[in-house]
Design a protein around this ligand. Structure first.
Ligand SMILES: Nc1ncnc2c1ncn2[C@@H]1O[C@H](COP(=O)(O)OP(=O)(O)OP(=O)(O)O)[C@@H](O)[C@H]1O
Ligand SMILES: [Mg+2]
Length: 236
């Protein structure tokens, strides 16, 4: 199966009448797409509304099939997975138990296959399979969160600030894993504050400000663009 594509047209979402996103158009092509933008721009709102955790208006079409609004389970069944801001692990459960929960909609056979795959892709987690998730380091916990999302067998993996709070070396390791996941044919949509590293790892990018897309394009072009250099990389 070829890698997935998500087409978003006229997306609107918000909270109790407070409109955060309006008329958003987005094409998430195979590879890695990064969404950049300041705090409060609506990045998390975008991912949550696509994952069915928040109602939205407008169209979101994954490989030709419309994603329902506000139906998280249906979105998982259609191949979406979200690694939420702040990881949301079960701290009193082991690494293995956390991973098993990621495959809650899958058959036991698939769960077993994907668990073996997860321990191949994340050797660090294999060594710590029986450790309580809450006692892992921040970077290790983020890996558990990504591995757990992969347990649902997604076609589109969405990550909300995966590098938050991680040391530079851990950020590099995590982004290398994300690249590997994309190379395996899983399309990735990632929100990041780590602008330079994210654009270096990504294929394409969007810049979101106050709920609107203000720039988009090839990641390398964005990295060298004035809008990114001045607003996000602190260039004079
Ligand atoms: N549950 C909520 N109820 C009401 N307003 C909310 C809620 N969650 C977010 N908002 C508001 O929606 C706007 C966008 O928030 P969002 O979390 O999407 O931003 P963000 O781009 O992810 O920011 P950050 O970089 O800080 O994570 C903000 O003004 C925020 O205060
Ligand atoms: Mg956010």
């Amino acid at each position: 199966m070829s890698p997935s594509e998500l087409k978003v047209r006229g997306l609107a979402a918000g909270y109790h009448g407070f409109q955060v996103l309006q008329g958003l158009d987005l094409d998430v092509l195979p590879g890695i797409t990064v969404v950049l933008g300041p705090n409060g721009a609506g990045k998390t709102t975008l991912l949550k509304s696509l994952a069915g955790l928040l109602p939205r208006a407008g169209e979101a079409v994954l490989d030709g099939v419309a994603l329902p609004s506000g139906e998280a389970t249906a979105c998982v069944r259609q191949g979406l997975a979200l690694v939420a801001e702040g990881r949301q692990l079960f701290p009193q459960m082991t690494v293995t138990e956390n991973l098993e929960l990621g495959a809650w909609l899958s058959t036991p056979r698939l769960r077993k296959e994907r668990m073996a795959r997860a321990f191949e892709d994340f050797p660090r987690l294999k060594e710590r399979a029986t450790q309580l998730a809450g006692t892992m380091s921040g970077g290790e916990q983020q890996m558990v969160a990504v591995a757990r999302a992969m347990m649902s067998g997604p076609r589109l993996l969405m990550l909300d600030e995966p590098s938050l709070g991680l040391a530079p070396r851990m950020v590099d390791e995590l982004l290398a894993i994300v690249r590997r996941i994309a190379a395996q044919g899983v399309t990735v949509l990632m929100v990041e504050q780590n602008v330079r590293k994210a654009l270096q790892a990504a294929d394409r990018g969007y810049v979101l400000e106050r709920g609107k897309i203000v720039a988009s394009g090839d990641a390398q072009d964005l990295l060298h663009s004035d809008v990114i250099r001045q607003a996000y990389l602190g260039a004079a």
